[in-house]
Design a protein around this ligand. Structure first.
Ligand code: ZN
Length: 407
């Protein structure tokens, strides 16, 4: 579908709104295909869950929104490490798509949830906010599947989020019967750090009263925003310790640490040392700044992601806990438009063919090397594939597995 700018907003302003809040535009009344929750819910996690001894997993959300052209195509890539180094180490699905389904928007929130749940669905902002994407997953996320099957603590299943996407702070757990808060993942982001920091500053009481009041109000607002977890969502001691160390190193100002996607890389690498996650999803976002209208925001964002990916791979190779025992999955949340004649290039909200065109690269132990798969496949197939490799059930996810990748 082709959402139009509201009459009151000039086109460029409209696109800026998209950039800031992402989008849940144009959701028509037509129902999605019948692929909702299963008739019988999986059993609640029991106390005798097995210890996990399979490979670790790093999912890199190659985004927000990136085309094949600048990523995996050798003549036009802005990500040389991905294209020239990593492709030969694994299996590339070069014709992966986000299926065209009425009511399914090709945007960041939706794409992220397609990747996390292995399931296409129509989402609506829970507060009916304009251009907001505060969604709640309706079927379990890959993190919940893993924690239901194995005795893995929440602080070892991590989502690493960009500060400019507060709506994505709430994708940690689904509303699905038998899953949810008890098997949630944890998040690393500046939002979470500020939650920790403000609480500490209030307890310490050293700031001027005006500032303390602002922080108290802000905390109350954030607490209200996560109603599903209200009163049941204490920060685990391990996460507190992580943020305590972060504060010790980077201080209270926010001026010392990296920003944007470089911060996500920094957080992930630090977490690998301190929290030893078994499953981590790094939600890169920087190339989405192209919504402001400048193509080099997009290509520079891709280059920053590529450098981040290089650092993540190097960190894995340098750490005994991860070396030779970690699978990577690199997959965009959505593609982008190809039309070179528009005012603002590389959008992704207009249901263009190329906004549906993505790819996936898997590499690591047990993944076939140097293989390029041409056949059409779906973004929703990643979860069942990873479930098969890591040996856990993914009952509500698309059942077709990306078989070629499994060596
Ligand atoms: Zn966007």
């Amino acid at each position: 579908m082709n959402p139009k700018p509201p009459a009151a907003l000039p086109r460029r302003d409209f696109l800026r709104h998209l950039a800031v809040g992402s989008s849940v535009l144009g959701l028509g009344p037509t129902l999605m295909r019948a692929s909702g929750a299963p008739a019988s819910a999986p059993a609640a996690p029991d106390l005798a869950r097995r210890a996990y001894s399979g490979p670790n997993l790093v999912i890199v959300r190659w985004g927000g929104g990136a085309r094949r052209k600048e990523s995996i195509e050798a003549g036009t890539t802005y990500s040389p490490f991905l294209c020239h180094e990593l492709l030969k180490r694994g299996t590339l699905y070069k014709n992966m798509e986000i299926t065209k389904l009425e009511g399914l928007n090709t945007s960041h929130g939706e794409g992220t949830l397609n990747i996390m749940t292995g399931h296409y669905d129509r989402y609506k902002d829970i507060e009916n906010g304009f251009l907001r994407t505060r969604f709640e997953p309706k079927v379990p996320t890959i993190f919940e599947y893993m924690r239901t099957a194995y005795d893995v603590p929440d602080y070892q299943t991590l989502i690493v989020n960009n500060e400019n996407r507060p709506d994505e702070e709430f994708y940690n757990f689904s509303n699905h019967l038998g899953f949810g808060l008890n098997v949630r993942s944890q998040t690393l982001s500046l939002y979470r750090y500020k939650t920790y920091l403000f609480q500490k500053q209030l307890a310490e009481g050293k700031l001027p009263e005006k500032e303390l009041k602002e922080k108290r109000d802000q905390l109350a607002k954030w607490r209200k925003a996560d109603a599903r977890a209200a009163g049941k969502d204490e920060m685990p001691p391990k996460m507190e310790e992580f943020w305590m160390n972060w504060r010790g190193h980077y201080g209270d100002t926010g001026f010392v640490n990296e920003r944007g996607d470089r911060l996500l890389t920094q957080l992930t690498i630090r977490a690998m040392t301190e929290l030893k996650p078994k499953m981590v999803m790094v939600n890169y976002t920087d190339c989405d700044y192209v919504h402001w209208g400048y193509l080099d925001h997009y290509t520079r964002g891709i280059a920053i992601m590529d450098e981040g990916l290089r650092q993540l791979v190097a960190a894995v190779e340098a750490d005994e806990a991860y070396r030779d025992n970690t699978i990577f999955a690199v997959i965009p949340d959505c593609g982008r438009d190809n039309n070179p004649y528009v005012d603002v290039p590389c959008q992704h909200h207009f249901n263009s063919r190329s906004s549906h065109e993505i790819f996936a690269l898997l590499f690591g132990p047990g993944i076939a090397k140097g293989q390029v798969v041409d056949k059409l496949c779906d973004q929703s197939q990643l979860v069942s594939t990873l479930g098969k490799i890591m040996k856990f059930e993914t009952a509500s996810a698309e059942s077709r597995v990306l078989e070629e990748a499994i060596a």
